[in-house]
Design a protein around this ligand. Structure first.
Ligand code: ZN
Length: 405
């Protein structure tokens, strides 16, 4: 947006907002209106001084002066009706929307989680649907035990007690049942090749010998796998539709379940066969009747794999609509749970809610409201474009959204 247009619109919206609120316009409301006129989030930082200057000029006028000036500028501002921003979701049948947000318990929520999750949550609210927070903990090696509790607490706060919390490792039977169904439909096989050997087959686009085993052999191996197999002895693989010749190596008979003897922080030694995400995610999405998914575009291949599993199970009609989100890359905000954890352990931060951290625990403590994240998520919307933002820009935006609410 060019400066002239911005100045004119900012003045008009500042007057409009001031008149509505006893002569005092708020930065957050004015910025929100400017977004509707085409101002981009990345343009806020360079224009914030100018916008604030205009707002203080307007706020120094008397209400009569504001009304008089607004009378001449009125034509230039659009009247907004009803709820703003959120585009309709496609494929909404009879208003039924069931969505999920699926964090792994490697750490508590940070701003990246909140923005993705809140967008799904807003849609569920809009259509009066159902929202799950599904903790995906079927990799025993990627779990930070305190994260379960933190994710639960933060979900309660962020989604106002409206999210149903589900933990995958409590639902293992569902995954085993799904795996067996795939084997019986000749859509999966138990492979005994080592990972190096399988990689060679994949590189040469050749079938591994296990791919042609009959049902009896597969069921025998699956039972053995569940009973007493050793780590690495077997892997359950999906029989990809294009086989081992698929142009995309990621699609070639990808794994569905593996043996991992690591003690699980929640389940202990109860299980040693763990589903990989494409199996557990599909089994749960089917069982929970998920209708729509909003996920990062780094999950494009997984979405394709999961679609194939739906089809192999004869559930093609239930494949959810999927919207992909671009990444918000924060240039100077550390979001890696592992790195934050290390820094906390070294005493660099007081804890997960340290005021210097971009975690939800910290932002909550600093007085941010869930609505600030809703507004932020709504503004970003379902867009595949990547965005680059620095800490300062992020907080200018979040602060302005926090004020509107
Ligand atoms: Zn094999």
């Amino acid at each position: 947006m060019d400066l002239k247009k911005l100045q004119k619109l900012a003045r008009a919206y500042a007057l409009k907002n001031a008149i509505a609120y006893n002569g005092k316009a708020q930065t957050g409301s004015v910025i929100s209106s400017l977004f509707h006129e085409g101002l981009k989030p990345e343009e806020v930082k360079k224009n914030i001084k100018e916008i604030n200057k205009i707002i203080s000029e307007v706020n120094s006028l008397s209400l009569e002066e504001q009304e008089e000036e607004f009378g001449t500028l009125k034509k230039g501002v659009s009247e907004r009706k009803g709820r703003e921003g959120l585009a309709e979701l496609p494929d909404v049948k009879k208003g039924k929307v069931i969505m999920r947000f699926a964090p792994s318990p490697s750490g508590p929520f940070h701003v990246g989680h909140a923005l993705t999750a809140c967008l799904s949550f807003l849609y569920v609210e809009k259509y009066k649907g159902k929202f799950y927070v599904r903790i995906e903990d079927t990799n025993p090696e990627n779990i930070y035990k305190p994260a379960y509790k933190m994710i639960e607490q933060e979900s309660k706060w962020l989604f106002k007690n409206k999210a149903k919390i589900v933990i995958q490792s409590d639902r293992m039977k569902n995954y085993y049942k799904c795996a067996e169904k795939l084997i019986k439909k000749n859509a999966a096989y138990v492979c005994s090749c080592s990972s190096e050997k399988f990689k060679k087959f994949s590189d040469f686009k050749e079938d591994c010998p296990c791919r042609n085993n009959d049902l009896k052999e597969n069921l025998y191996r699956w039972k053995k796998m569940l009973k007493d197999a050793e780590e690495g002895e077997f892997v359950l693989r999906f029989k990809s539709f294009n086989g081992m010749k698929d142009q995309n190596p990621a699609m070639r008979d990808f794994p569905l379940a593996r043996i991992n003897l690591t003690k699980h922080p929640r389940q202990g030694k109860k299980y040693h066969v763990w589903p990989l995400m494409n199996l557990s995610v599909t089994a749960d999405d089917i069982e929970m009747k998920i209708t729509h998914i909003i996920r990062g575009k780094d999950h494009l291949d997984n979405a394709k794999r999961q679609k194939m599993i739906y089809e192999a199970l004869g559930e093609k009609k239930k494949i959810p609509w999927t919207g992909f989100l671009g990444r918000i890359k924060f240039t100077d905000l550390e979001l890696s749970s592992t790195k934050i954890r290390e820094a906390i352990e070294k005493g660099k931060f007081k804890g997960w809610d340290d005021e210097k951290l971009p975690t939800i625990a910290s932002l909550k403590k600093r007085g941010y409201k869930p609505e600030a994240f809703y507004k932020f998520a709504e503004r970003v919307g379902i867009s595949e474009n990547d965005k680059v933002m620095n800490k300062e820009e992020f907080y200018i935006l979040l602060n302005s959204f926090n004020k509107i609410t």
